[in-house]
Design a protein around this ligand. Sequence first.
Ligand SMILES: Nc1ncnc2c1ncn2[C@@H]1O[C@H](COP(=O)(O)OP(=O)(O)OP(=O)(O)O)[C@@H](O)[C@H]1O
Length: 642
Amino acid sequence: MVSAIVVRGLEDAGLKRFIPAFAAISDQAFLGLMMSDYPSHGVVDLEDKQKLFRLIKSISAASKASGEAPSHPAVEKPNALIDLDENDGDLLADAGVAFQLSPLSNQKGAAPPAAPTNNQDDPPKIRVVVRKRPISKKERERGDEDVVDVLTKSSTVVVNEEKVKVDLTKYVEKHAFKFDEALDEQVSNEAVYQLTVGPLVRTLFRSGRASCFAYGQTGSGKTYTMSPLPIRASADIFTYMAQQQYRDISLCVSCFEIYGNKVFDLLNQRKKLNILEDGKRKVVVVGLKEFTVDDVEGVKALIEESSKQRSTGSTAANSDSSRSHSIMQFALKRAAPVAPGGFRRGEEPPEPKVVGKISFIDLAGSERGADTFDNNRQTRLEGAEINKSLLALKECIRALDSDARHVPFRGSKLTAVLRDSFVGDQARTVMIANISPCSTSVEHTLNTLRYADRVKELRKDKADRTPGGVTPGDEAYYAAVARAAVPGPEPMERDKDRFDHRDRDRDRERDRGPDRFVSPPRQQGFRMASAAGAVSDTDGAAAALAERHDELMDSILLEEENLVAFHRAKLEEDMETMRQEMALLQEVDKPGSEIDHYVEQMTALLNIKRQGIQELQAKLDAFKAKLREEEALSRTVHKIRA
Ligand SMILES: Nc1ncnc2c1ncn2[C@@H]1O[C@H](COP(=O)(O)OP(=O)(O)OP(=O)(O)O)[C@@H](O)[C@H]1O
């Protein structure tokens, strides 16, 4: 029979009604229960399962800490905030033992290394991997050709772009790029895992933060690549967690989507979430729902649920999953051990500590960032936000790689919520750039490769960038072509510690050039201009207007948020004014009330209301003027470029 401590724990966790169901089992059996066992004890509701899971973990932690029989457990706190900054344990250091990962099949043949006991075997801070998807039957049938060669041995991707000379003869221009890994269409998802997220799982157990991004145009294979990764990672995580010393660790899963500049919970009916920064400049996602899981099936179920909720959103007007970033987060939490003797009834249980965190990010289609001129306003605004977030993301990763003191995570909502993935010595990032093989997608493929190349440009280890014996056709040649294809200052010349605004501005300038997420006509315009060695008046005017348009979009996105926040605050003020009016009415109805007082008070309240309306109207008018200006600018740029 379970002990009195367990019974009290069940009571405090709001699970009193299940006490009879556990009466017949021992404490040991109770602590060994898996989530799949819960239904046989009558615990079927998801919330109850979560409570029971937390309770078992807490009792295990408490008894482990005291080395005795179970002491009083901690209970779940409803609506807890995600603490994006808390991360101060070191699980492997605590354990002092090396762990074997689960046996894995690896297409490249390399066995997964055992978990390290010191920091020397840590994966690099940034890894950039390119994956080419196969050409489909449909694409072949409509005349598309595979124009991308992947040289896996030298991790080089070569894009064969067909071009036409002035005399109308055709020729092929080769663009080559070298990355940490270049994966062709034969590479399995398991191999992708081993080369990307697998090593990050160990980082996670070293109280690290990690993130894995899938970048690329719509249809390039981002979701195909990204969706198996959390499932596969969870299998390794549970292998670690099965170790005795990790019995007090639990895996918490959350999933949300950033659409435009709004954040939605993908595990809670797409509820809109607010992002707040507290007094200590910590970013918190308020009200994000988290689920504790204890097996791979649980993770799969949550992934299914989140993709269902994501696609439900896609059927709404103007909504499209390729225009949103979806983020799945795994947080490893250690239940806070309770002092022997437990804590008093009614006392706040200590919060579990976040000791490791990994984010899986399926980014919006990169070409969506170019939806800025020839679409309706909503699409233009969404495009501008995507553009802004992808640029900000690149800046953050580059800052991380160069050990910069300033990481510009405030540049967008995406980077703001991922802030904790970018800071600290233990932060590790993998970017998987997905590309299509098709001739019709060459522009987008080149944009993706240029973006990925910029991400790793500041890498300290520049060995792979040294020109070797360059002969056309060999791999060093391709690497040299790749370098030549990327204009700009030599990476080594940059001062690594000074990623300041000048750096960012210079990057922005370059991003306005051919590598920006531009639609083909616009890019062509730039190309022709630079090939001629000078920018024509028309191109110059279009570029100046496009710049003004960018600024305007930035300020519209910011002001939209401010306007809505102001409106909300005014509404609360109105409600307070209404309460005072009601009180006044009650007062004036009483026998012997002073009408002068009523008149005076009502005049003051009406003034407050009038002032509020005027302020809101002024803000609305200013916002409307910006929208009108943006509309006109966007039409003008579109016409000039057409
Ligand atoms: N490596 C691959 N092997 C086989 N099929 C693939 C591979 N990558 C992608 N595909 C297939 O290509 C199609 C497009 O892939 P996917 O939906 O993952 O693209 P996406 O970039 O996520 O697009 P979206 O932005 O619209 O979500 C899918 O049918 C997918 O099954």
